[in-house]
Design a protein around this ligand. Structure first.
Ligand SMILES: Cc1cc2nc3c(=O)[nH]c(=O)nc-3n(C[C@H](O)[C@H](O)[C@H](O)COP(=O)(O)O)c2cc1C
Length: 352
């Protein structure tokens, strides 16, 4: 019977178990987007996971949406990530990097030359973004020109090449949480009149072009995608999300991706039930799982692998704790995004 500890092949990688560490922003990089030395320790500590997915990492500095977020654009950024992949591999783990463009969810103070954030359309998101000066209102983004869209697609290809050079086992497209791909997917942030807006075919086009650019560099079996339909985050709205996501998943079929990662947060619709049977590949389920619900999902065939965020953040040895049915450390939200080692690399192991 399938369990959390049954190995699984995902694209070209065989995972030693089905426990996946969720992508989690930890804001420990410097202002140049260079990952801290601590990151190698943090990710290396969690190499018991079948697969680690890194925090979202900007493909170009115009796509940065948080303070102290890492990038994979410059030589120095790539070199810092190489230390992370080396540490994970030395401990017998595997690691994908989550590639990200924040689009309109940003602020001029986070961008080069105080640039205006970009988006599919000039529609201002409600809410605030965390900057060096604390939370600030988001601004009306500049609608991307067609040639600028092509540049961003190329940026994802280049970032994928950098990621493979940095030793990653694969790349995940961040198409969740209201960032640029989801801004294109969703009618509330996309009122374009050209081939990137309007019909579902047009709204899905950007995400597919980005995926194809990533596939061209890494091979389809090393490319995954994360979505979070109706997450209700970063002011994303869509008039018909069920149509949008079923159409998207139909288009993913045939691309032979490593996986589809779906994280749900109390949606009115059972998107796992809707999308899992539709997707012809490995299905990663995430959002609010515990050992019991994750095991049941695997046994009942509702997922191929299970993704844990908070629990992996606070328990570097999460697989071993599950094996022993040991108690879990509680995550400390106060140190989720603070610089330095505290709340990052100092969560105790079970044996301590
Ligand atoms: C501190 C923190 C940072 C996160 N940052 C990201 C991120 O960079 N990219 C992403 O796709 N999801 C991010 N998430 C969401 C997680 O990937 C995951 O979907 C979510 O935590 C639900 O899983 P859980 O209930 O097991 O924690 C973050 C979550 C947490 C707790």
């Amino acid at each position: 019977m399938t369990s959390l500890f049954t190995p699984i092949r995902i694209g070209s990688n065989t995972l030693k178990n089905r426990l996946v560490m969720a992508p989690m922003t930890r804001s420990r990089s410097n202002d140049e987007g260079i990952q801290s030395e601590l990151a190698a320790t943090y990710y290396g500590q969690r190499a018991e996971a079948g697969l680690i997915i890194t925090e979202c990492t900007y493909v170009s500095s115009l796509g940065k949406g948080y303070v102290r977020a890492p990038g994979i654009e410059t030589t120095a950024q790539v070199a810092a990530w190489k230390k992370v992949t080396d540490a994970v591999h030395a401990n017998g783990g595997q690691i994908f990097i989550q590639l990200w463009h924040s689009g309109r969810i940003s602020h001029p103070s986070l961008l080069p030359d105080n640039a205006t954030p970009v988006g599919p359309s000039a529609i201002k998101p409600a809410g605030q973004v965390w900057t060096l000066d604390g939370p600030q209102d988001m601004v009306t983004p500049q609608a991307l020109e067609i040639n600028e869209i092509a540049d961003i697609v190329s940026d994802f290809g280049l970032a994928t090449a950098h990621a493979m050079g940095a030793g990653f086992d694969g790349v995940e497209l961040h198409a969740a949480s209201g960032f640029l791909p989801e801004q294109f997917l969703s009618s509330g942030s996309n009122n374009r009149q050209d081939q990137y807006g309007g019909s579902v075919e047009n709204r899905v086009r950007f995400t597919l072009e980005v995926l194809d650019a990533m596939i061209a560099e890494a091979g389809s079996d090393r490319v995954g995608i994360k979505i979070s339909p109706e997450m209700n985050f970063n002011d994303i709205t869509d008039t018909n999300p069920q149509e949008t996501y079923t159409y998207l998943v139909d288009q993913l079929n045939g691309r032979n991706l490593a996986y589809l990662h779906v994280a749900l947060f109390g949606t009115p619709v059972d998107y796992h039930g809707l999308l899992r049977p539709r997707f012809e590949g490995a299905y990663l389920m995430g959002g609010g799982l515990d050992q019991k619900s994750a095991t049941e999902a695997l046994i009942e065939g509702r997922a191929d692998a299970v993704v844990f965020g908070n629990a992996f953040l606070a328990n570097p040895d999460l697989p071993e704790r599950f094996r022993q049915s040991a108690q879990l450390n509680a995550p400390n939200k106060e140190t989720f995004y603070t610089p330095g080692p505290q709340g990052y690399i100092d969560y105790p192991l079970n044996s301590n």
